[in-house]
Design a protein around this ligand. Structure first.
Ligand SMILES: [Zn+2]
Length: 306
């Protein structure tokens, strides 16, 4: 059965939210920097501090199923402008359309740098971003982002229905606007954002390389839900390695509903089961609605020395 038929064959389940919005996690007396995390749907997040805003994998346009499969994917620049009026850097985990489509408009409108693999940079070029806004990385290096540091860790793309969708690299600027298949995933990067207090890790596809994560830690882990069952011990191993206190599940809906409407869950993702896996592995899950915000304080994230 083709991937398209399998996707269409899914029966999305509408569901009620089962977690609170705007969870304030800082303690009342804290006067240091608070980091605000806004969930954008798919694997997208805005990480905002006092003086820095870093965006991960922005995908806001969310064309419907027919347009996603049949048509050119035309980004909705005005929607991006309204939802993310400011950004300093935009980090891309991999160059599939549902992770990168709105990144070029976001960079153009805010002046932010587009940071990611060679394939990511090719997408930036295709969309006409100037070279000064493109930062290519193969990972394993700290990149200064104001007073923050960001670092990509080489990773692998997860499997969907037993295979990796649209594999390979983008070696030349693709057509723009692109079709879904024009955007291969390229090098996959798990991102670490060190804000000086809170460290955030981002796993935007359900796989990772243990050796690359070893020796790194985070306070908050944004963790891809879709395809996680294809990777044995996915949840427990990534939590054992990065030791997050909190885990924010992402990439759990069908991606084809407008961002301001209730999303459709993919039934096979099994969110309650995922939340239990996270708890069983010793972290606290924070299931966050589309455009929901979470706040984290550095002192609350401090760990006793070991
Ligand atoms: Zn992907």
């Amino acid at each position: 059965m083709s991937l398209l038929k399998r996707m269409i064959g899914l029966k999305p389940a509408r569901t009620e939210w089962f977690c609170a919005e705007d969870a304030a996690l800082d303690d009342g007396n804290y006067t240091g920097e608070t980091i605000e995390l806004t969930y954008l749907g798919t694997a997208g997040f805005v990480v905002k501090g006092r003086e820095r805003t870093v965006v991960l994998d922005p995908y806001l346009s969310r064309p419907n199923l027919r347009r996603t499969f049949a048509a050119q994917l035309v980004p909705d620049a005005e929607l991006t402008r309204r939802l993310i009026p400011h950004a300093d850097d935009v980090l891309i985990g991999h160059a599939h359309y549902d992770h990168i489509l709105d990144a070029p408009d976001l960079c153009r409108q805010t002046g932010a740098r587009l940071i990611g693999s060679r394939s990511t940079v090719m997408v930036g070029r295709a969309a006409g971003l100037p070279e000064a806004q493109l930062v290519e990385t193969a990972g394993r290096e700290d990149i200064a982002s104001g007073t923050w540091k960001v670092r990509g860790l080489p990773s692998r793309h997860g499997k969907l229905f037993g295979r990796i969708p649209f594999p390979g690299d983008i070696d030349f600027p693709p057509p723009w606007p692109p079709k879904m298949g024009d955007l291969k995933h390229g090098l996959v990067l798990n991102w670490l954002i060190d804000t000086g207090g809170v460290t955030i890790a981002h796993v935007d596809s359900a796989d990772f390389i243990n050796e690359e994560l070893k020796g790194h830690r985070c306070d908050v882990l944004c963790l891809c839900a879709i395809g996680r069952k294809s990777r044995p011990n996915y949840t427990r191993e990534v939590i054992d390695l990065l030791k997050p206190r909190w885990v924010v599940p992402c990439h759990w809906d069908t991606m084809i509903t407008p961002i301001h409407e209730p999303p459709d869950l993919i039934p096979t993702v099994d969110i309650p089961g995922f939340l239990k896996e996270i708890r069983d592995a010793g972290a606290e899950p924070l299931f966050t609605p589309m455009l929901g915000r979470l706040r984290f304080a550095a002192r609350a994230c401090a760990r006793p020395a070991t």
